[in-house]
Design a protein around this ligand. Structure first.
Ligand code: C5P
Length: 219
């Protein structure tokens, strides 16, 4: 079938989130957005109606994908919830776990030589929030795990903690971050599927294909 995801709606998060400290400063995570954008595009090529909710990246909007640009984790969650209902939700974003307790509306002036404390509060866990929805939970909820060791063990633990259906685990002990290649393991409750090490765009096509097979059965 050339368009196995036709008629399916897929919501994807990608990139970092950016949490304001004041008008000129923020805290964030390192994330190029490349893998999430590639997955969004690969799903669109298979005919899906794709909404990409992206933090700030240097990438162009992927072809054939509705792209919503946000900055903070809270805005990312609101945009994802606004894009539901969907058949599939894929959390690829490197969401900042914490944000400053207060975003100052004027630039904070520090005294030289004096360290300012920066109180932080926890951000919402977007993947967990969507996984645990009782209403309009997507039939297939997918998270990512970047690990440096015991990749599949950690992925399985994360499946339980987040309540999602798949964890796509990648080993980031090499040069995956910001690079163009990746290798992943798709871990579900009763199965593991391992890819070769290949380009992020080929990984995205493989993932889109696995999703197409799974929605046939689950959604
Ligand atoms: O807990 P950890 O950050 O390792 O989990 C990674 C997975 O959870 C990724 O799929 C990421 O997009 C998602 N996540 C999220 N919201 C957070 C933290 C992580 O959606 N606040």
């Amino acid at each position: 079938m050339t368009n196995p995801l036709a008629g399916r709606r897929i919501v994807i998060t990608a990139g970092p989130t950016l949490e304001a400290i004041d008008p000129v400063r923020f805290i964030s995570n390192r994330s190029s957005g490349k893998q999430g954008y590639a997955i969004a595009e690969a799903c669109a090529v298979l005919g899906a109606n794709v909404v990409l909710v992206s933090g700030p990246t240097a990438l162009n909007d992927p072809a054939g994908v509705e792209t919503i640009r946000i900055e903070s984790a809270r805005d990312m969650l609101a945009a994802v919830e606004g894009a539901l209902p969907a058949d599939v939700f894929i959390a690829v974003a490197a969401v900042a776990d914490w944000r400053p307790a207060e975003a100052h509306d004027k630039k904070i002036k520090g005294n030289k030589g004096e360290m300012a404390a920066l109180p932080l509060v926890e951000n919402p866990d977007i993947l967990k929030t969507i996984s645990q929805r009782t209403e309009a939970r997507p039939g297939l909820v997918i998270g990512f795990a970047a690990e440096t060791h015991d990749v599949e063990d950690h992925a399985r633990q994360k499946l339980g903690r987040k309540g999602c259906d798949w964890i796509i685990a990648n080993d980031v002990s090499g040069d995956v971050m910001g690079g163009d290649e990746n290798a992943v393991a798709i871990v579900s409750r009763d199965d593991v599927w391992r890819s070769q090490r290949t380009s992020k765009s080929e990984i995205a096509r493989l993932i889109a294909g696995r999703i197409a097979d799974a929605v046939e059965e689950t959604c």
